[in-house]
Design a protein around this ligand. Structure first.
Ligand code: S3P
Length: 167
């Protein structure tokens, strides 16, 4: 595995912005591993995120996210991290790596989430537009670099790759 790109890269943004898809492409470009925080929590707890919310509630989910971030901070190097959309509200991800924000309008994200039949997102309900409005300032403030999430995935991944290599 190449260690060409030093430091972790953390992708942030609202549900549906493409963190996992971009992360996969970026990890391939860098030759580094992809860590998807939702997937890791699902594996560790043996249930889907929707089941986790139904069984334990959001507060416990945030605690699980914080525990995972503490672990990533101490143990990960040169990883690409696709974060859950709420992680920047409970953890300063700049402690883990370079933070990249995939930005988009709420309407486009809503369209994408509605079309995604595979993943159930418990917080994408009637109040999702308000949640989005509250989150945007947090994402913007935490980001080292912001990109348009509507560009093609390979193009976004290439821009991030160039950014972290200092071009
Ligand atoms: C959440 C986003 C989800 C998942 C959970 C809560 C949020 O991840 O972590 O449902 O609070 O925005 P994605 O952003 O990958 O959908």
């Amino acid at each position: 595995m190449s260690s060409e790109v030093l430091s972790n890269v953390v992708l942030i943004g609202f549900m549906g912005c493409g963190k996992t898809s971009v992360g996969r492409e970026l990890a391939r470009l860098c030759g580094n591993v992809l860590i998807d925080t939702d997937e890791l929590i699902e594996t560790n707890y043996g249930m889907t995120i929707a089941e986790f919310f139904a069984l334990f509630g959001e507060l416990r989910f945030r605690e699980a996210e914080v525990e995972l971030c503490d672990w990533m901070k101490d143990n990960l190097k040169n990883a690409v991290i696709a974060s859950g959309g709420g992680l920047p509200t409970v953890y300063d991800l700049r402690e883990i790596g370079k933070v990249i924000y995939l930005e988009s309008s709420f309407e486009e994200l809503q369209r994408r989430v509605m079309n995604d039949k595979h993943i159930k997102r418990p917080l994408f309900d009637k109040s999702a537009a308000d949640l989005y409005a509250r989150r945007v300032a947090i994402y913007e403030q935490m980001a080292d670099y912001t990109l348009n999430a509507l560009d093609e995935i390979p193009q976004i991944a290439r821009k991030i790759y160039n950014y972290i290599r200092g071009y």
